[in-house]
Design a protein around this ligand. Structure first.
Ligand code: PHE
Length: 471
C-alpha cells in the first residue's frame, strides 16, 4: 500500500513537475543561488582577516577539488530522480537510511535561512540609508559607523522589521513557482548584479591607491595563512556554492533530460567564483584607496564601506548601487533555500506550493526573529560555545552541517548509487565522445569526501581537546 502511494506520488510529481524554460534560465537560477552574501559579504571579510591572497588560493583549491565534483553530483541526483533531496535519496536507495541525508538538508535550510534573512534585512535597510544620504555623517568616522551598525543590529524591532520584509519578498517569489518565480527573478537580478559589480570594480581600480587592494587580494604571502583559515576556506566553499543541503539537487530536479550538466556545472562554479573575486576587487580597492582597515572582520561591509562612500564624488550613487547589489544577491540565494523546504513538502507530503511556502516561510520568519533578537535586542542569551543564537546557527551550518551533507552525498554516489549509474546519467546530454572514466570519477569523489572528512575531524578534535590534530 505504502509502495503504491509512493509510486502514485512519483507519477504525479513527474507529470506535473515544473521545469526551467531554458538552459540559460537554469544556469542563472543556480548561479543566483550560489552568488549571495557568501560572495560579497563573507568572502571579502574572511580574506581580509586571513591573509588576503593566501586565503584566496586555498579557497580556490577547495572550490576546484571539493566544490565542483559535489555540484555535479547534486545536479545529477536531482535530474535523475526529478525530486527534492529526501525523495531523491529515497528513490535511489529505497527503504534505506540515506533519506536522512535529505532531511539533514531540509534542517540546514531552516538553520541557514533563519540567519541569512536577518542579514538580508540589513542589506535592505542599508540600501535605503545609502539612498537617503545617511552615510554622509559617517564619512571617515569608523567609530561612529561601528556604533551606528551595532546600535541597529542590537536594537529590537528595527532589524526584525527589515528581516520580515526580506522574508516576505522570498515568500512572494517562491509562491510563483519555478518558472515565473525563481527563473524570472534570477534572469532579472543576475545580469543587474554583474553590471553593477563591473561598474564598481572600474570605479575602484581607477581610484588613486586602489591597485594596492588588488595586490592584497591576489599576491599571496603564505606566512599569513593560519591553520584555522583552511577550515574556514573549506566550509566557505560549501556555503558559497550552496552545497551540502540539497539546493542543487532541488534545482537539478527541475531540469528536463538532455542538458550538458558538466558544462552547466562549470558555468555555475565559474560565475560564483568570478563574482566573489570581482566583489573582492570592488571592496578592497575602495578600502585601500581610502586607507581603511581590510581586517575589520564581519563589519567590513556594514561598518567600513559606509565611511568610505561619502568620501568619494557621487558617493550616494555608489553606496546605493553597492547595497542594492548585495540585497539582490542575498535574495536570489534566500529563495533557493526556501525552495528546498517548500519542495520537500510539495514532493513528499503532497502539499500545495502556496501552503508549503506560506507556512514554512512564516516559521522561518519567526525563528529568524529570535535570531535577530539574540544580537542584543532581547537578552544576552548565549548558546553553546558562548555564541549568540545568530552566530551559533552560522557556525553549525557552515562548519558542520553543509560539509557533512556534502561528504555524505559524495559517499552516497560512490557506495550506494554506484559510479557507473551516476556516470550514465551525467553523460546523458554530453554530445560527442567525451566520457569520464569510472576510475577518474571515483578518485575525484573520494578525494572530495576525504578532504572534508579530515577537516571536520580536525575541527571536532580541536573543539574537544583545544588543539588541532593535524595542523
Ligand atoms: N550560496 C549562498 C551564498 O553564497 C548561500 C547558500 C548556502 C544558499 C546554502 C543556498 C544554500 O550566499
Amino acid at each position: 500500500m505504502k509502495q503504491k502511494v509512493r509510486s502514485k506520488r512519483k507519477e504525479t510529481s513527474m507529470a506535473q513537475r515544473e521545469h526551467w524554460t531554458s538552459r540559460f534560465g537554469f544556469v542563472l537560477a543556480a548561479a543566483g543561488s550560489a552568488v549571495g552574501l557568501g560572495n560579497i559579504w563573507k568572502y571579502p571579510h574572511m580574506a581580509g582577516s586571513n591573509g588576503g591572497a593566501a586565503f584566496t588560493v586555498v579557497y580556490l583549491i577547495c572550490i576546484a577539488i571539493v566544490g565542483l565534483p559535489i555540484v555535479i553530483g547534486e545536479f545529477v541526483i536531482g535530474r535523475r530522480t526529478q525530486l527534492s533531496p529526501v525523495g531523491a535519496f529515497d528513490t535511489l536507495a529505497p527503504a534505506s537510511k540515506w533519506k536522512y541525508v535529505g532531511f539533514l538538508g531540509v534542517a540546514s535550510a531552516f538553520v541557514i535561512l533563519s540567519f541569512y534573512s536577518v542579514v538580508g534585512g540589513w542589506t535592505l535597510r542599508y540600501t535605503f540609508m545609502a539612498l537617503s544620504g545617511n552615510f554622509a555623517e559617517l564619512a571617515g568616522n569608523s567609530a561612529l559607523s561601528s556604533e551606528t551598525f551595532e546600535k541597529f543590529v542590537s536594537s529590537s524591532w528595527n532589524p526584525v522589521f527589515w528581516h520580515l520584509i526580506f522574508m516576505g519578498l522570498c515568500i512572494a517569489i517562491i509562491l510563483n513557482g519555478v518558472k515565473s518565480g525563481i527563473e524570472r527573478w534570477s534572469k532579472i537580478m543576475m545580469p543587474l548584479i554583474l553590471a553593477i559589480l563591473v561598474v564598481l570594480v572600474v570605479r575602484g581600480i581607477t581610484l588613486p591607491g586602489g591597485m594596492e587592494g588588488v595586490k592584497f587580494l591576489f599576491l599571496p604571502k603564505f606566512s599569513d595563512l593560519t591553520a584555522s583559515s583552511i577550515v574556514l576556506a573549506l566550509g566557505h566553499a560549501f556555503f558559497t556554492l550552496s552545497l551540502g543541503m540539497g539546493t542543487m539537487i532541488t534545482y537539478g530536479s527541475y531540469l528536463e533530460r538532455g542538458q550538458n550538466l558538466l558544462s552547466s556545472s562549470l558555468w555555475v562554479v565559474a560565475v560564483d567564483t568570478m563574482i566573489a573575486m570581482l566583489a573582492g576587487v570592488a571592496i578592497f580597492t575602495l578600502v585601500f584607496a581610502m586607507g581603511a582597515d581590510p581586517a575589520e572582520g564581519p563589519g567590513l561591509i556594514f561598518v567600513v564601506l559606509p565611511t568610505v562612500f561619502p568620501q568619494m564624488p557621487g558617493g550616494v550613487v555608489w553606496g546605493t548601487m553597492f547595497f542594492f547589489l548585495l540585497f539582490m544577491a542575498a535574495l536570489t540565494s534566500a529563495i533557493s533555500i526556501l525552495e528546498v523546504v517548500t519542495a520537500y513538502f510539495i514532493d513528499q507530503r503532497g502539499w500545495t506550493r502556496a501552503r508549503a511556502t506560506f507556512i514554512f516561510g512564516s516559521v522561518i520568519g519567526v525563528v529568524g526573529l529570535f535570531c535577530s533578537l539574540s544580537l542584543g535586542g532581547f537578552t544576552d542569551f548565549k548558546t553553546l560555545f558562548n555564541l549568540s543564537f545568530f552566530d551559533f546557527l552560522d557556525y553549525a551550518s557552515s562548519k558542520y552541517m553543509l560539509p557533512i551533507g556534502g561528504m555524505l552525498t559524495a559517499i552516497f554516489i560512490m557506495k550506494k548509487w554506484g559510479i557507473p549509474a551516476f556516470l550514465t546519467e551525467l553523460h546523458e546530454g554530453i554530445e560527442g565522445k567525451f566520457r569520464i572514466p569510472v576510475r577518474a570519477a571515483l578518485v575525484l569523489l573520494s578525494i572530495a569526501a576525504f578532504v572534508v572528512f579530515m577537516i571536520i575531524l580536525n575541527e571536532i578534535w580541536a573543539v574537544i581537546t583545544g588543539h588541532p590534530l593535524v595542523f
